[in-house]
Design a protein around this ligand. Sequence first.
Ligand code: FES
Length: 87
Amino acid sequence: MAKTFSFDGEAISFESGDTIAAAILRSGRKSLRRTRFHGEERSIFCGIGQCFDCIVIIDGRSNQRACLLRAEEGIQVEHQEGSGQVQ
Ligand code: FES
């Protein structure tokens, strides 16, 4: 049985060792967040934790780098809008 986590409420399959970003991109989704001022879509850029283009919300914590963190069964990942702060 495939392991999954959710991304904006949809199940994302992953394999052991996958990062969250790798699993999301493999699913066909391209965007991980929107920029704070212009709402532009962002995804992976550097892939090594330096640019912060891949930040997402994980289990309610914003600004988590999806390219560095390993996928885990049952976590809830959300597309981040702007700074990820709740208004
Ligand atoms: S893609 Fe650059 S920090 Fe994740």
